[in-house]
Design a protein around this ligand. Structure first.
Ligand SMILES: Cc1ncc(COP(=O)(O)O)c(C=O)c1O
Length: 449
């Protein structure tokens, strides 16, 4: 077997890791993961770590679930890949039917792609072209949230609001209208949660009015601004934004790339607000966290606006090489089967409150300014001063210490700015949750002083 140090040396020679200052990797080498099973990642030395971030918010049923593995193997033997223009195949047909069914056919049209960013780009471009196709070509702008995050491609960056992901690329971005994030800890309206009434949605109304009918779509992540700092906001804000978008004649694009498939407690987070969007963007958990696949779901009304004579210029000229990859579709179908077989949403419903209760008790720890929880996600925002809520810098040594202590205690954590969080697989049992929480608490007690 090759010495782990040799893998790391070779990695440093040729790889370029995402969101990573490569100059520090020599002194802080990446973790060499050899295999994964269930909730665990195993390193080359045989140490095991709870995957407390679901490998970038993807894993649903645990790593290497035999049912998904079998489905992928079977599909690989039959049809590995084929283009999806002028061709179709059973896994894509079945998956599109299943996804449409999950929206009770409110969103019966499914456009496949291969990652979260492409799912969002598709929605942005479809919305824009829809308005042109129906003769309302003046609707060319987008309204989005500060602290929203939708991916790293140009359109996604343009409608995102997390500066660290955008600021270096400003010259290639298009302008978008923005409103403050519904961040209840630092309420933009100065309200308390008790007197909230989603007053911050007024800013959305003002922007829509100011734009004078030029907004093609409002885009946001429902209930959880994940990369923006695990900000959890009330369903009333979402339902009010949905109402406003409708009344101002703009589409609503909901990005459920991170929140979809039970992560927040319901199949899709928007269900908790009783909202059905014009576009629903899905990826990550779509395949249970095993394969790159994405889908953008939309309404019949949108779809029909693209029909017509081929020469009429209404066709949606967008596609990706791996659109509807059969193996990805097979993995997604197996993953959806597991929701039913394991009654997964009911399991989340019984485990999630325990997660919320436990993390709320961490509020008393030093430096913990805010505690947030939804479904299988829990986050602690660390501050310099609990009174003033002055944020702790993301570079503060406490975050590196938390990661290191986590690893020492068999817990893989990846702090996000000034936020420490757990983003757990939906299959996590009560016993496993207790174990994860006890390790997390040990990490917190050792690094928060
Ligand atoms: C809400 C949301 N949208 C889009 C994306 C982009 O997904 P991908 O990294 O697969 O392009 C992410 C990634 O974290 C996300 O959290």
């Amino acid at each position: 077997m090759t010495d782990p140090r040799d893998w790391l040396r070779r990695d440093l020679r040729h790889s370029w890791h995402p969101y990573t200052q490569m100059s520090v990797l020599a002194s802080e080498p990446p973790l060499l993961i050899e295999r994964a099973e269930g909730l665990f990642l195993f390193d080359a030395e045989g140490n095991r770590y709870y995957d407390a971030v679901s490998s970038w918010w993807c894993v649903v049923h645990g790593h290497g679930h035999p049912k998904i593995r079998e489905a992928v193997t079977r599909q690989m033997e039959r049809l590995d890949h084929v283009l999806f223009a002028g061709v179709t195949h059973a896994p894509a047909v079945l998956l599109a039917e299943r996804l449409a069914g999950l929206t009770s056919s409110a969103l019966p049209r499914v456009f496949f792609s291969d990652n979260g960013s492409t799912a969002v780009e598709v929605a942005l471009k479809m919305s824009l072209q829809y308005w042109r196709n129906v003769g309302e070509g003046e609707k060319t702008e987008f309204l989005c949230l500060d602290r929203g995050y939708h991916g790293d491609t140009t359109g996604c960056m343009s409608v995102s609001g997390v500066e660290s992901f955008r600021s270096g690329f400003r010259p290639m971005l298009f302008p978008a209208r923005r409103v403050p994030a519904p961040d209840c800890y630092r309420c933009p309206e100065g309200r308390t949660p008790q007197a909230c009434a989603a007053a911050c949605a007024r800013a959305v109304e003002e922007k829509l009015r100011e734009a004078g009918g030029r907004i093609a779509a409002v885009i946001l992540e429902p209930l959880l601004l994940a990369a923006g700092g695990m900000i959890v906001y009330p369903p009333s804000f979402l339902s009010e934004v949905a109402r406003l978008a409708r009344s101002f004649g703009a589409h609503l694009i909901l990005d459920e790339v991170a929140t979809g498939f039970g992560r927040t407690g319901s199949m899709f987070a928007c269900g908790q607000a009783g909202v059905s969007p014009d576009f629903l963007c899905l990826s990550k958990g779509l395949t249970g966290g095993t394969m790159p696949l994405a889908a953008t779901l939309t309404t019949s009304k949108v779809y029909e606006a693209f029909l017509g004579d081929p020469a009429a210029g209404k066709t949606f000229y967008h596609g990706h090489t791996y659109t509807a990859n059969p193996i990805g579709c097979a993995a997604a179908l197996a993953s959806l089967d597991l929701f039913g077989e394991n009654d997964l949403l009911a399991r989340v419903a019984s485990v999630a409150p325990r997660l919320g209760e436990a993390v709320r008790s961490f509020a008393r720890l030093p430096k913990v300014g805010d505690v947030r929880h939804i479904g299988m996600v829990a986050a602690l925002e660390l501050v310099r001063d609990k009174e003033t809520k002055e944020a702790l810098a993301g570079e503060d040594p406490v975050f590196r210490a938390a990661r290191r202590e986590g690893l020492r205690r068999g817990l893989f954590l990846r702090p996000l700015g000034n936020v420490l969080y757990l983003f757990l697989p939906q299959c996590t049992t009560e016993g496993e949750l207790d174990e994860i929480l006890s390790r997390f608490e040990d990490v917190l007690r050792s690094v928060l002083r």
